[in-house]
Design a protein around this ligand. Structure first.
Ligand SMILES: [Zn+2]
Length: 80
């Protein structure tokens, strides 16, 4: 009887060690994919040139704008 328990424990430990050994490779690949996915994309307002998050920007005709008034004014060449 003790032999069966011994082998069951051995198999369990081997399985656990195998999972632990496999996990780091999967963990190192996953955060990078998540970082790429959740990295906030920055866009530049075509009117005033301010940089803001794409999620908060307004898009029109392929240009991004920070606010509704700037969107209505439209793109403006940067004064530099
Ligand atoms: Zn703007």
């Amino acid at each position: 009887m003790i032999r069966i328990v011994f082998w069951a424990a051995l198999i369990y430990i081997a399985f656990w060690a195998w999972r632990r050994f496999k996990a780091p490779a999967r963990q190192s690949a996953k955060p990078r994919a998540q970082a790429d996915e959740h990295a906030p994309a920055m866009v530049r307002c075509a009117n005033c040139g301010v940089h803001l998050l794409q999620t908060r920007a307004l898009q029109q005709d392929g240009d991004w704008y920070c606010t509704q008034p700037h969107l209505q004014e439209g793109p403006r060449p940067r004064a530099r």
